[in-house]
Design a protein around this ligand. Structure first.
Ligand code: SF4
Ligand code: FES
Length: 224
């Protein structure tokens, strides 16, 4: 059944993109965003322009900058995960292959993006996943980060970073929204306290798991 919209009319056009948006506008929009996630545009500029050209066609047709290689479901919540750049939704997978699926973006420390074009073999073993730039978390604060299906709380005390499960063992409260007091975080729901260094709490058999963190090139990484 028709909703009265002409078949060739653009659907769901987002106001943040002007009708004459071009490749350079997309680059200017995406570059600072992905830089804060530890990524940059592929060094293969011709390839970058081809992908962005395809995204512009999709923008014109569907009103948003979707990845050319993915099919939209029609469910806005689900489709939000494939709006480009989709890096926050697939941090662990992308950290493993050192690029996003399309290869439009590569990790900031990759010098030659050409070697990552196409399908590449995924290395096994632990990986360091970039989560945010140092200045994005002031000392004395804690925040929730999602890496794949894992919910992790990342805390900063001075220049030290700690990562622990975001899920309180009392009644699943969000530790990433808790209050920090030195190395202790207090769950916002009923006040259980955890040591962010090792995930321990005074309550029996209720410690939470922790993750190794590293800091390099101005970024915080979590080992998964
Ligand atoms: S895989 Fe790469 S190009 Fe595709 S939506 Fe994600 S960030 Fe964009
Ligand atoms: S859920 Fe954390 S203290 Fe109750």
């Amino acid at each position: 059944m028709s909703d009265g919209t002409p078949a060739d009319a653009p659907r769901n056009k987002r106001s943040m993109f002007e009708p004459d948006t071009g490749i350079d506008d997309l680059k200017a929009f995406m570059e600072p965003f992905v830089a804060r996630l530890g990524y940059k545009f592929n060094t293969e500029t011709e390839f970058v322009d081809e992908v962005l050209e395809a995204e512009l066609e999709i923008l014109e047709r569907d009103g948003d900058i979707y990845c050319p290689c993915r099919v939209r479901s029609g469910d806005p919540k689900q489709d939000a995960q494939i709006v480009c750049p989709c890096i926050p939704f697939y941090r662990d997978e992308f950290a493993r292959i050192r690029k996003c699926w399309c290869g439009l973006f590569i990790l900031a420390d990759v010098e030659d993006g050409e070697e990552l074009l196409g399908v590449i073999e995924e290395p096994e073993g632990p990986i360091d996943v970039p989560v945010f730039a140092l200045e994005d978390l002031p000392s004395g604060q804690i925040r929730h980060i999602k890496i794949g299906k894992r919910d992790i709380a990342v805390a900063r005390v001075g220049d030290e970073f700690f990562a622990l499960s975001n899920v309180c063992r009392h009644a699943f409260g969000p530790l990433g929204e808790g209050l920090m007091d030195s190395y202790m975080v207090m769950c916002p729901w009923h006040g259980w306290r955890y040591d962010v260094r090792d995930g321990t709490t005074d309550h029996p058999n209720s410690d939470v798991r922790t993750y190794e963190t590293t800091v390099r090139d101005g970024f915080v990484f979590i080992r998964i």
